[in-house]
Design a protein around this ligand. Sequence first.
Ligand SMILES: Nc1ncnc2c1ncn2[C@@H]1O[C@H](COP(=O)(O)OP(=O)(O)OP(=O)(O)O)[C@@H](O)[C@H]1O
Ligand code: SF4
Ligand SMILES: [Mg+2]
Length: 362
Amino acid sequence: MNRNGSSPAPVPASAPAPALQVTDLQVTYYTDSGRVKAVDGVNLTLYSGERLGLVGESGCGKSTMALALMRMIKPPGRIEAGSAIVGGPGGMDLLKLNEEQILNARLSTVSYIPQGAMNSLNPVLRVGAQMLDAMRAHLPKATKEELNERVEHALESVELQRNVFRMYPHELSGGMKQRVCIAIGILLSPKVIIADEPTSALDVVVQRQVMETICRVQEKIGAAVILIGHDMGLMAQITNRVAVMYAGKLVELSTVREMFTDPLHPYAQALISSLPNLENKGVFQSIPGLAPSLLRLPSGCVFHPRCQHAMDLCKTVVPRQSTTPSGRFVYCHLYDEHGNKVKQPETSTKAQVQQKVPVTGR
Ligand SMILES: Nc1ncnc2c1ncn2[C@@H]1O[C@H](COP(=O)(O)OP(=O)(O)OP(=O)(O)O)[C@@H](O)[C@H]1O
Ligand code: SF4
Ligand SMILES: [Mg+2]
């Protein structure tokens, strides 16, 4: 919900420009146990000014996708394929930049607030020094006064006092440290901010305040945000659209309203029905079975062993992308290429359900 109490618009204002276009992103970790396809052919477009939520069970590849966009995947991981164009057609492909270019692009074009960001602050360096370090290489001609002013301004933008500049991380609360990380993320007014579970270690009240801060600074600098998280309630209140990942693949992308009222993909449906609501107080639905190991993915649709609607086709054929006229998309054999529901064959085979596990836990 916005600060004025209304829900965010389903998509940004008319004919939004793409801020980031990700096409066929593939990332693999080459582990001793085998190849882990952590991100497997992800496509998505992020529009200027929008807030896109990225959700999915632990280990489904959310952080890997973010790290790939930042070009921060380290061995044994490797970006195998794909493009990530910032700034619309003809823009810059983050995945093709050389080392120097990507160093320049980080913070100034795309910034990342990492999972557990507040623990990434250097305990022996004052906050101001860390922020200056992050910025110096980008603005080699700026004077010391100009850099200091920019840092203090960024601190004020996230509702921190200027004197935090001279403090050490241990002198700050968790919420304040998280605000410092957001301030670092916006120092150079990037076009895209990727926030990886930015509030997961904070209590509920501080979570809300920090999220409001992210939204406010995002609106102020006109950036688009990818918000990674598990908290569907927060997603409902904060984001414009929601993308659902499962086992390295994006399975549905819809407006937040569509996702919560009429999810298309059976996994998204299960996620939504696992949320508590006033009609079924205290009753939690669960998704049958366990998330697959990325080392041994099921054939066909990777969700088929857990899907209540699985058909024989699902066991062998990977679903293609179906896109509705309104632009939402889903990967599932239940839909035709335009996202219309197809008639299920009578011979539908119900998936074998192995075990009940709650979906809301991590
Ligand atoms: N450095 C690594 N080496 C090997 N495998 C990795 C590495 N980092 C991640 N993985 C594997 O890649 C998959 C995706 O991990 P990732 O951290 O992207 O998931 P996630 O969706 O962000 O999970 P969470 O919600 O728990 O943060 C997991 O199976 C994980 O084990
Ligand atoms: S493709 Fe088949 S198994 Fe996969 S989600 Fe759709 S119905 Fe279920
Ligand atoms: Mg993660």
